[in-house]
Write a protein that binds this ligand. Structure first.
Ligand code: LLP
Length: 427
């Protein structure tokens, strides 16, 4: 993040605070999140898309009450995908009309809570759900604004588990073969629904704009079909999230304004050609907003040299606070931050403390050969999908999230305690 430096003693500082002090005060492992960087990224997205578009932060990347307040203050909307995320959003005062509800299998209870709260939109993901949402809305005497999620059939170049636009997966209704058009037909007939648009999310951690452009092209194609068949011009399209961030020096991410320009151009051009009014565009970045804003701070516990192979450096966290390396072969970097070292670089693997050999935080890293117990290591770019996917594996206590702003640090999500673990255990 932007406010990182190194003091004369070699200790890295964040917003002017030495990491050694952060470790003393908040313990390790812990996530440290730069609030001003988070807010700046929100503003960059808002400015890039302007007032004729909406930016929905994808709460699944990382959500807490503080985050919801920042989003609200910076003029962003919020995408939630469960009753739990919805409850957090509402508890922190996000106006319901600025919330979108997602999910491929929302329960009746989740739908009911969302409709009752008055969420701005529900994104419909199956034929069953079209009927379910309509029934709930009718029962509550409401007309719910909805979008239909479609799969546009593009291959996003990302890990299989986080690619979502190819047809053989669980999300959305396929444009090819006419399921999406059939969904529109059904939704338009139901009194409980106000169909406001079409939604597409092609995947995550994507570096080029071409997939988004193809998606936009195909979504506009459906708008045209809908106009021709029903005489209705749907006023909105949502092109999802998925913009990648730099985890390593090899990654070359696009900026919000690049994606905004590309999308606006293609939508404007294709709508003009089809004689359609330009719909209001929305996007749902998660990772690109929160990912780069946080790092995880660990303390080294043991160092084990395997001659001819590599050195295993064990830290006090692991797959319970960052599952991404084990799950997606994700790549991270790591740095010694509690001192400088002139020792030669050694091939290291930073591993956690869990009972599993796949418990790897950073697969290949060069750390100084004198790295030793008590040293602090920082792993950058852990703001997205690390705390939100954290687990209690081996009854690990999930780490706190500490917001750093204006030279001060404060806990926004506290560390779990053993009491927290035992609270659920009723046997
Ligand atoms: N909108 C929808 C409908 C989504 O499903 C997602 C992410 C987003 C927006 C936000 O995508 P982003 O801008 O953050 O890439 N756990 C995986 C990522 C899963 C993404 C799921 N959907 C990971 O750690 O890489």
């Amino acid at each position: 993040s932007r406010t990182v430096g190194r003091g004369e003693d070699g200790v890295v500082t964040v917003g002017g605070i030495p990491v050694t002090r952060l470790a003393e005060e908040f313990g390790t492992p812990a996530y440290f999140l730069d609030e001003s960087d988070f807010r700046a990224r929100c503003r960059a997205w808002r400015d890039a898309f302007g007032t004729d578009a909406d930016v929905f932060y994808a709460g699944k990347a990382f959500l807490s009450r503080a985050v919801v307040r920042w989003l609200h203050e910076e003029g962003l909307n919020l995408d939630v995908c469960s009753a739990g995320e919805l409850a957090t959003a509402l508890a922190a005062g996000m106006p319901a009309e600025r919330i979108a509800l997602h999910g491929n299998n929302k329960s009746i209870e989740e739908i009911t809570r969302a409709v009752e709260a008055g969420v701005g939109r529900i994104v419909l993901d199956s034929f069953q759900e079209i009927v379910r949402v309509a029934h709930v809305a009718e029962r509550l005497g409401k007309r719910q604004r909805v979008q239909i999620r479609v799969t546009v059939g593009v291959e996003a170049h990302t890990h299989e588990f986080i690619a979502t636009a190819h047809e053989d997966q669980k999300f959305g209704l396929a444009l090819a073969g006419g399921q999406a058009a059939e969904a529109v037909r059904r939704a338009l007939k139901l009194d409980g629904l106000e169909l406001i648009g079409i939604h597409s999310h092609i995947g995550s951690q994507i570096f080029d704009t071409s997939g988004f452009e193809v998606a936009a092209h195909r979504v506009v194609g459906l708008l045209k079909e809908v106009r021709d068949e029903h005489g209705v011009e749907l006023p909105e399209i949502d092109l999802g999230g998925g913009l990648g961030i730099a985890y390593t020096a090899d990654d070359d991410p696009r900026e919000p304004h690049e994606i905004a320009t590309a999308l606006r151009e293609i939508v404007t051009r294709e709508c003009a050609a089809a004689g359609l009014a330009v719909p209001r565009i929305s996007v749902e970045p998660g990772r690109a907003i929160v990912g780069p804003t946080a790092f995880t701070l660990y303390e080294v516990g043991t160092v084990k040299e395997l001659p001819g192979l590599r050195t295993y450096v064990s830290v006090d966290g692991g797959m319970s606070d960052n599952i991404r390396t084990a799950l997606y072969d994700a790549e991270y970097t790591v740095a010694l931050v509690s001192r400088t070292s002139t020792a030669a670089p050694m091939l290291s693997r930073v591993v956690g403390k869990h009972c599993e050999s796949g418990d790897i935080v950073v697969r290949d890293a060069f750390l100084p050969a004198d790295v030793a117990p008590g040293d602090l290591l920082a792993v950058p770019a852990t703001g997205a999908y690390c705390r939100s996917m954290a687990s209690n594996y081996n009854h690990a206590l999930r780490p706190p999230v500490v917001a750093v702003a204006d030279g001060a640090a404060r806990v926004i999500v506290r560390r779990e305690t053993e009491d927290d673990l035992l609270r659920l255990d009723v046997g």
